[in-house]
Each structure stands twice: as structure tokens, then as C-alpha cells.
Design a protein around this ligand. Structure first.
Ligand SMILES: [Zn+2]
Length: 412
């Protein structure tokens, strides 16, 4: 079986890279930064040590390969990511990549020859924290790149295009990373749950049946700035007051629907003086639902409210779609094979939906996908205190191992 201690030691080792000296502030490993580079070098070492042949594609995805007995078969791909959000934790993404490497290493140790070639992938920039993008590597691999992705800027004003070039990649060749539909027999990903369902049910692992797709907007409202003392209330066109009203409605609309979630996570005010009526505000919207129809309903309702409020207050509105992924279903055969694997291991599990997006969302465009969730303590994630126990991580990795064996046997 997979090695519990080894997996844990590697999680902790990787978790030191990008860690703030004040450990309460967690770790930050953003794409194309020295921290990410160090992490990739470590992952490369682990991959080589696990008997994988390592290469990097045009989008910087790190890929470890183990050739199967029948190299003509489409590959079985395992993966996740090693970038983090600002002040994130040790498990999001890292657990999936390290579990996959552990699976490969265990196959080698036990001299198991799979029919399929196995590929372990550490995807580039899943979180998209630096450029407000998301899933650059898996977008490139699946031919699904956001149109203006290269022009997105980080806080320093550096574009993704510039950052790619600085890191030694050719921004015009991102599409070289594309894989053909049908070239991947199955994509499997282990990930922490980032929610409380497993904890509530007393389970260490879950088998995911579908993923709620995120849709991101940037909403900019423009009014008229003026002196806070000498502009009477009735003469104001205050975009910040409008935004406050809009955000309350966004919350209400999402609350009224069963599974819809809507979040405003970024906000800026110009010019931002204590005695100046704001001229322009800009905020983000992240909208998700496992059901596309429900997500569309929420979006329409939100847009109607925004239009009504900006009209009433005579403001200019700019609503920009930044990123979209539709909700997807996991492959029923892979779900079944993962459930069978859990039974074989006598590991109690449940079927569940993922509220968070993952690289598997993109992969679903070209391959059958399956996901295994590992319990997150208190459901916490994207925080320094995100945690899964050693035992739970082990359960996730051994369920992945057994599922890979099942998939290799069943998919020809
Ligand atoms: Zn993740």
C-alpha cells in the first residue's frame, strides 16, 4: 500500500516552501515566483525518485510519466496543483499532486505494470491568485484559454504575458500544451474537500459526482466625485452607496436558491479620500452552482438588480465577464470504480458534489474525470489553518491507488 509517513513528510516539506516567517500567516506560492520555482524543483525530485520521467509542457505544467505495457492506450492522468492563494495552507492542491506521486512510487515498489501509461501532473496556476485568472495550466492543456488571459495584470502591473516570458515560456505557444480529446482515458484528482460535508458525516473520504462551475465578473460603477461637505445628498451620484445596495441584493438572491453561492471578494474605491464622494468603484463577483440552469437564474436576477440600481442612481456601469466554467458531472464509470475501490479497502465513503472548481473541470472537456475528496478539518481552506489529518490524507491516497488499479483493469 501507499506509504502514510512518506506522503505526510512530503506534504510537510512542500508546505515549508513559501511559508511566512510568522506561521500564522500561512504560505504563499504564486505562479512564476521564486517560491513556485523552488516547489516545482522539489516536485520534480519526488517524481524522479518515484520512477517517473519528468517533462514540462508549454504552459509550465510539470508532468511525470510512467510508460504502460500498452503505450498506444490513452493515458491515465492524475494531478492537481502546487500554487496557493495568498496566505493559504499546506493541503489544497499539494495533497493531490503528492498522492499521485505516491501512487506512482507504490506501483514501482510493488512492481505493478499497468497497461495504461500513467501521467502525474502538477498544473500551473490553478488558484489564479496572482493574475485573477485561474487554472492556466489545465486551460492550456484542454484548449480552453480565457480570451484575454495574457493581458491580465498582477498587483505590480506585470501582465501574465510578461511573467510567462520572464519565466522562460513563450506566451504565443501556450496552445502547444493542448491534448487531443480521447488521448486521456481517465483524469483522477485527490483534493481536500474545502467544506464540512465529510466531517459532518464522520467520513475521511468522499467520491465526487459533479463540480459546481465558477463564473467571475468585474463590475465597475462610475459616478461623480465631489466634496463630501458641500455636495447635498440629492445631488450625488455615489457609486459606493450603489455598490453596497447591489452587494446586499447579490447575497439575497443567492440565499433564495438552494445550492447557489455568490461572493464579492475584491473591492476598490477611487479616489478613496475620507472627504471625497467616490467617483468609481470596482468589485468582483464569483457565482457558482452545480446546476447550470440555477446559476443562470441567479445571474439574470443579479444583472437585473444591478441595472435597476445603476439606472436609478444615474451611474455608468461596466460589467465584464472574467472567467467562466460550466458545472460538470464526473464520469459515472469512474465514480463506480472509485466506490468499488473504497469497498475493497473497507473504507466508508459517500458520493458528494464539489462546490469548488478544480483543474478537473477543464479536463472534463477532453476526458472522463473523477475526484476523491479528503476531509478538511472544520471545512477550512484557503487559510493558513487549513488541515487534514495524516490518517485522512493516507485514506485519500490509498483510495486513489486502488481506483487507478480498477481503472487500468476496466478501461481498455
Ligand atoms: Zn485546489
Amino acid at each position: 500500500m501507499v506509504n502514510k509517513e512518506r506522503l505526510w513528510d512530503q506534504l510537510m516539506e512542500l508546505g515549508k516552501i513559501g511559508e511566512n516567517t510568522d506561521k500564522k500567516k500561512g504560505l504563499t506560492r504564486l505562479v512564476f515566483t521564486p517560491e513556485e520555482d523552488i516547489a516545482k524543483k522539489l516536485i520534480k525530485e519526488y517524481m524522479v525518485d518515484a520512477g517517473l520521467t519528468v517533462m514540462e509542457d508549454a504552459a509550465g505544467n510539470l508532468i511525470g510519466k510512467r510508460i504502460g505495457k500498452n503505450p498506444d492506450l490513452p493515458v491515465i492522468m492524475l494531478g492537481s496543483h502546487i500554487d496557493t492563494v495568498f496566505r493559504g495552507g499546506k493541503f489544497d492542491g499539494a495533497l493531490g499532486v503528492l498522492s499521485a506521486i505516491e501512487v506512482a512510487r507504490t506501483l514501482n515498489e510493488r512492481d505493478v505494470a499497468l497497461d495504461h501509461t500513467l501521467e502525474v501532473v502538477a498544473f500551473t496556476d490553478e488558484e489564479g491568485a496572482r493574475f485573477s485568472t485561474g487554472m492556466l495550466g489545465s486551460q492550456a492543456m484542454t484548449g480552453n484559454l480565457d480570451e484575454d488571459i495574457l493581458e491580465r495584470k498582477d498587483e505590480q502591473g506585470i501582465t501574465l504575458k510578461e511573467a510567462l516570458a520572464d519565466a522562460g515560456y513563450d506566451p504565443d505557444k501556450l496552445t502547444d500544451a493542448e491534448r487531443a480529446k480521447g488521448s486521456i482515458a481517465a483524469y483522477l484528482e485527490v483534493h481536500i474537500e474545502q467544506g464540512k460535508v465529510l466531517e459532518k458525516n464522520g467520513l475521511s473520504v468522499g467520491v465526487v459526482t459533479g463540480i459546481a462551475g465558477p463564473r467571475w465578473f468585474r463590475i465597475t460603477l462610475r459616478g461623480e466625485s465631489g466634496h463630501a461637505g458641500s455636495t447635498p445628498m440629492i445631488l450625488r451620484k455615489d457609486p459606493l452607496a450603489a455598490a453596497a445596495e447591489i452587494i446586499t441584493h447579490i447575497e439575497d438572491i443567492a440565499r433564495k436558491q438552494k445550492n447557489t453561492v455568490a461572493t464579492v471578494g475584491q473591492f476598490s474605491v477611487e479616489p478613496g479620500g475620507i472627504n471625497i464622494i467616490p467617483e468609481e468603484v470596482s468589485f468582483s463577483l464569483d457565482l457558482r452552482d452545480e446546476d447550470l440552469e440555477n446559476r443562470n437564474l441567479a445571474e439574470t436576477a443579479i444583472k437585473e438588480k444591478i441595472a435597476a440600481i445603476t439606472d436609478k442612481r444615474e451611474l455608468d456601469l461596466n460589467l465584464q465577464l472574467l472567467h467562466n466554467l460550466d458545472p460538470v458531472k464526473c464520469d459515472p464509470v469512474l465514480v463506480k470504480l472509485a466506490i468499488e475501490a473504497s469497498k475493497k479497502l473497507e473504507l466508508p465513503t459517500t458520493k458528494m458534489v464539489s462546490g469548488a472548481g478544480h483543474d478537473s473541470l477543464n479536463l472534463s472537456g477532453i476526458a472522463p474525470i473523477g475526484m476523491i475528496f479528503v476531509r478538511s478539518q472544520k471545512g477550512l481552506s484557503h487559510r493558513p489553518d487549513e488541515w487534514s489529518t495524516q490518517e485522512d490524507c493516507f485514506d485519500g491516497a490509498r483510495l486513489l491507488y486502488q481506483t487507478v488499479l480498477n481503472v487500468d483493469r476496466e478501461l481498455r
